[in-house]
Ligand binder design. Structure first.
Ligand SMILES: [Ca+2]
Length: 183
């Protein structure tokens, strides 16, 4: 498999809100996808250049002993940060990648492993349906998981409220995948 180095997207698709300035699609990045203090490698394949090209799954590599191993395919992963103390909503398009069969789980990683940057009052919607409310978040909550139903194309919306420098990561996992067929 080949990972291209560029992500071609209209910036307007990415930065739906200027206040959530740090949100971006990633190519390769070290992330802590489960907030246990050990980083994983997240790889986002190139976005299709043509409308009929399939979207490939993202892959998360976990540290096993002294090396990183192919761990799991993901629908995707996104980071939302609130640099100011205002409340703002950001939306992102989520296309189910090739081979994903569900059922799907949305995981929120709240803040950093040391307990800082946690959102105390966030809201999350999938396709307009509220999935998480402020009551689900607090400075004591580090990971939240919820089952979600996905369409081929979806809209994920996140509202971060009130607390400066809060940061959440959202991963969407598919429990089962079609096996890759060799090219
Ligand atoms: Ca980790």
């Amino acid at each position: 498999m080949e990972w291209a180095a560029t992500v071609e997207l209209d910036p307007n698709d990415i930065y739906s809100n200027r206040w959530i300035s740090a949100f971006k699609l990633r190519e390769r990045e070290l992330v802590d996808a489960d907030n246990d203090g050990t980083k994983e490698i997240y790889v986002q394949p190139a976005y299709p250049r043509f409308p009929d090209e399939p979207v490939l799954p993202a892959v998360l590599y976990k540290l096993s002993g002294d090396r990183y191993v192919d761990d799991m395919r993901l629908v995707g992963m996104w980071t939302f940060k609130l640099p100011t103390s205002t409340s703002e909503t950001s939306t992102v398009s989520v296309t189910v990648p090739q081979g994903a069969r569900g059922p799907y789980t949305l995981r929120v990683v709240n803040g950093l492993p040391d307990g800082t940057a946690r959102a105390a009052g966030a809201e999350v919607w999938i396709n307009g349906k509220k999935l998480l409310s402020p009551i689900d978040f607090s400075s004591n909550v580090d990971v939240i998981e919820r089952a979600v139903t996905l369409l081929p194309d979806n809209e994920l919306a996140v509202r971060l409220a009130g607390q400066q420098s809060s940061e959440i990561e959202i991963l969407i996992e598919s429990e089962s995948w079609a096996s890759f067929s060799p090219p």
